[in-house]
Ligand binder design. Structure first.
Ligand SMILES: *Cc1c(COP(=O)(O)O)cnc(C)c1O
Length: 418
């Protein structure tokens, strides 16, 4: 038995499914997840000493790869001062300022501890601000494990074949309308029927949690126009796309100004952080400035803030990173053979094992997941670590080298044939 297998047995005794987040299990692809011993740049090493080129990158946060020296140095400086105060610090202000500089639609921002917390809080804020209850979301979009948003929620849920989830009261789901992604008509219809009850539309401006699905031309513009016309808020969930598809996120890339934005992943530099922000008029309604309550013992945690700030400062100083990411990701995507559909936006992409275009959850689900499983295992055997699900995006980091790309492409050429 390998060390990973031994560890996984131990884990399964006391951690549900042996993992602290369902997507880490290999349920849909088979086998035992390698237990990771350490990471360096674009590579990770498992408990058995095997080395992999890492395209999970902690599910997105590690845009600069593992153990980036500037992030490590910032963490060391933060450690020397103290790990948590539960009181305001200068660094939090600096991180908030850096976020607002990068994402102009964010005039004020509140830091939280995860992407889930960010979307949950943004939804509450949208409801409090508009005095309406309904939320529109899109099938296949994941916004964290927020009760009312776990309807048709893509990746983790899709992979495990849990149609919805148990434990969410029906009344919560009744406040959520789930519509097909990329259909303007569905949104028009929903607003025609219930426009004056809809508090907000929440969307992944580039979907990543049903695999990578770009917005159709004009789709985000239509969401902006329809929500504005009906007095509903537009929330861009940029937990994955923020600082990934452009420095200013998908809203910079596509030129749309949402009312609220949620962030996470990259803004924590590998530590747990989330944030939500937007128009001053809306954000001013949050306690203690306003009546909508949201709080957190460890929010704005000094270590997490230090890592996030180092990340953002690096990206601000090195805008050329994004061109490099784009080039490397495009080279990787060129490896796909006929019959495999590749979707890519910037440095996030998915190989869908279907020959038709993938534009929404329905078309994503046409993928041959058994064939994906074989591809995934063949890649893992060849030292390439991908997300263990067809319905996830792969992430390229600034640490991925030309050589990584060459090796990955060579591995993929073989793996696509198995
Ligand atoms: C990852 C993700 C979340 C949830 O973030 P957590 O930090 O895992 O809670 C929310 N929305 C999107 C778009 C994400 O990709």
């Amino acid at each position: 038995m390998t060390k990973s297998e031994t560890l996984f047995r131990r884990a399964q005794e006391i951690i549900p499914g042996g993992v602290n987040s369902p997507v880490r299990a290999f349920r849909s692809v088979g086998g035992t997840p390698p237990f990771i011993a350490r990471g360096e740049g674009s590579h990770i090493f498992d408990a058995d000493g095997r080395e992999y080129i890492d395209y999970v990158c902690s599910w997105g946060p590690l845009l600069l790869g593992h153990r980036h020296p500037e992030i490590l140095a910032a963490l060391e400086r933060a450690l020397a001062i103290g790990t948590s105060f539960g009181a305001p610090t200068e660094q939090e202000v600096a991180l908030a300022e850096a976020i607002c500089r990068a994402v102009p639609s964010i005039e004020m921002v509140r830091l939280v501890n995860s992407g889930t917390e960010a979307t949950m809080s943004a939804i509450r804020l949208a409801r409090g601000f508009t005095g309406r209850d309904l939320i529109v979301k899109f099938e296949g979009c994941y916004h964290g494990h927020v009760d009312s948003l776990l309807v048709k929620a893509g990746s983790g849920v899709a992979t495990l074949c849990i149609p919805e989830t148990q434990g969410v009261p029906k009344a919560f789901c009744d406040t959520t309308l789930a519509l097909p992604y990329n259909s303007v008509e569905a949104v028009e219809q929903a607003f025609r029927a219930r426009g004056n009850e809809i508090a907000a539309v929440i969307v992944e401006p580039v979907a990543g949690n049903m695999g990578c699905v770009p917005p159709r031309a004009g789709y985000l513009e239509a969401l902006r126009e329809i929500t504005a016309r009906h007095g509903a808020l537009l929330i861009f969930d940029e937990v994955m796309t923020g600082f990934r598809v452009a420095f200013g996120g998908a809203q910079e890339r596509f030129g749309i100004r949402p009312d609220l934005t949620t962030l996470g992943k990259i803004i924590g530099g590998g530590l747990p952080v989330g944030a939500y922000g937007g128009r001053r008029e809306i954000m001013s309604r949050i306690a203690p400035a306003g009546p909508i309550y949201q709080a957190g013992t460890l929010s704005g945690n000094p270590l997490a803030v230090a890592a996030g700030l180092a990340m953002l400062r690096h990206l601000e100083a090195h805008p050329e990173v994004y061109q490099q990411l784009e080039t490397r990701a495009a080279e990787l995507c060129a490896a796909a053979p006929p019959g495999v559909t590749v979707n890519r936006v910037g440095s996030m992409f998915t190989f869908f094992f279907t020959d038709g275009p993938v534009t929404d959850y329905e078309s994503a689900k046409r993928s041959d997941t058994a064939r994906f499983g074989r591809f995934f295992r063949a890649m893992l055997e060849r030292g390439v670590y991908l997300a263990p699900s067809q319905f996830e995006a792969a992430f390229v980091s600034a640490a991925h080298t030309e050589e990584d790309v060459r090796k990955t492409t060579a591995a993929a050429k073989e793996a696509f044939r198995v």
